[in-house]
Design a protein around this ligand. Structure first.
Ligand SMILES: Cc1cc2nc3c(=O)[nH]c(=O)nc-3n(C[C@H](O)[C@H](O)[C@H](O)COP(=O)(O)OP(=O)(O)OC[C@H]3O[C@@H](n4cnc5c(N)ncnc54)[C@H](O)[C@@H]3O)c2cc1C
Length: 407
């Protein structure tokens, strides 16, 4: 099959690139090996799709811990405001929530993917279900793609295959194989924005979701705090997950036993003095109660036994016999519940892949390979990753737009 532009991967970046290229008059084929395009996009933002972050380019770059400079050119030409205008043009109403996170008003990720797919079809893009196996190259130039069912030829081939996280959505790392075939370097791929395995009693509180707690992560080798934020998290059988923990994971590297410690603040709205007063008040109401039965109003049930153990106070001690030192120890346990980090969950459970096609071998202006003419890389397949907040999709949109402008 012959066309102008062949895009491998009908995910966020591939579909954006297809729409933009078709709008510029190019003939486009998207090859997608899943039955439907945009499977991953449909599960983003817990099914609500955090489309982008309503902020300026500098702020986006500050939220890309790896290779942010590479992104400057493309972000400047397709900034968050342009992304928002693009979706609004497609008839999607957007809203900005806490942390400048942008979502569709409908809270449905499928509205975002549906709008992209419809825009592509309306612009004449052909979306074919096939599995790209290898690039067809000649004289240092790409000519097309060999797929399981057919061969597709075009003057430009775009690798938009995503990374290796959540492989059930179709992102199985094929983009790295294609990049290597073209002679590109692929940096080591691990997970970022991934749940964290911890030593300690997390499993005892499994299922407990804390809507507002504090988390501080300390690098014990330097004594420095590498992460400090408040938000939502979840205790699991292996450790912790939830938005706050996923964000923290992006700040931890080369994890070995004892390197990082998590300190959870179960009462971030109360400083130690206020928490002390609150505990005294609670205790004064039930002076003859056993300590083990006295924390029900202050803490969720499933974490109480952990806090009792960490406080070092006997659970059968009457609360009116608890000393000041013991109260201080209880306050410490609540304000700084520590766990040593064991490691990160596998990349398959990560929101985003850290690592990918070496950006030094790709033009930051056009996303074209510096090694093979006509070959482009966009989206998560590149060695760029962001924190939570819509920054990863912003990377997908901006790199897709840059490539489309260059065809
Ligand atoms: C659970 C979850 C929630 C997320 N939430 C958010 C969020 O709210 N906001 C945000 O900014 N980011 C979020 N992300 C990250 C975001 O989804 C990715 O950054 C984005 O999807 C990357 O786009 P992409 O086009 O590069 O890759 P993908 O969206 O992964 O698309 C790649 C496509 O290529 C196809 N493909 C792969 N190999 C082949 C092949 N050989 N032949 C044919 N087709 C192929 C795949 O099937 C897939 O459809 C989330 C990720 C996950 C896993």
């Amino acid at each position: 099959m012959q066309t102008d532009i062949v895009i491998i991967g009908g995910g966020a970046s591939g579909m954006m690139c297809a729409v933009q290229a078709a709008w510029l008059g190019h003939e486009v084929i998207v090859i997608e090996h899943e039955a439907q395009p945009c499977r991953k996009l449909n599960i983003t933002g817990k099914g609500r799709c955090n489309v982008t972050n309503n902020c300026d380019v500098q702020t986006v770059m500050a939220n890309l811990p790896r290779n942010s400079k590479f992104m400057y050119s493309s972000l400047s030409r397709f900034a968050p405001e342009d992304v928002m205008a693009f979706f609004e043009t497609l008839g999607i109403e957007l809203k900005t929530e806490r942390g400048n996170r942008v979502f569709p008003v409908s809270d449905k990720a499928q509205d975002i993917s549906g709008a992209l797919i419809n825009a592509a079809r309306d612009a004449g893009v052909r979306i074919v279900c096939d599995d790209a196996l290898s690039l067809i190259m000649e004289d240092g130039e790409v000519r097309g793609v060999k797929c399981r069912k057919s061969e597709y030829f075009g003057r430009c081939v775009v690798v938009a295959c995503g990374g290796i996280s959540y492989p059930k959505t179709g992102s199985t790392g094929d983009g790295y194989t294609l990049a290597r075939q073209a002679g590109h370097t692929v940096t080591e791929c691990t997970g970022s924005l991934v749940p964290v395995e911890l030593y300690g009693e997390c499993a005892q509180a499994m299922g407990l979701s804390l809507k507002n707690c504090g988390l501080t992560v300390t690098d014990n080798t330097t004594g420095k705090k590498v992460f400090e934020q408040q938000g939502e998290m979840l205790f699991t059988h292996f450790g912790m997950s939830g938005p706050l923990v996923l964000s923290a994971s992006a700040h931890m590297h080369d994890i070995v036993k004892g390197k990082y410690t998590f300190a959870v603040d179960l009462k971030p709205a109360l400083d130690e003095k206020k928490l002390g007063e609150r505990i005294l008040r609670d205790f004064s109401e039930v002076p003859n109660r056993d300590f083990g039965n006295s924390l029900g109003r202050l803490l969720p049930a499933s974490i109480i036994h952990v806090i009792i153990k960490r406080s070092g106070i006997s659970p059968v001690k009457k609360v009116n016999q608890i000393t000041r030192e013991e109260r201080e120890s209880l306050i410490r346990a609540i304000k700084s519940l520590t766990f040593d980090v064991k490691g990160l969950r596998p990349v398959s459970e990560a929101i985003i892949t850290r690592g990918g096609v070496e950006v030094g071998e790709v033009s930051p202006k056009t996303m074209e390979s510096k090694l093979v003419k006509g070959l482009y890389f966009i989206g998560e397949v590149l060695d760029v990753d962001g924190y939570t907040g819509g920054f990863n999709l912003q990377v997908a949109w901006a790199t897709a737009y840059a490539a489309a402008q260059a065809f």
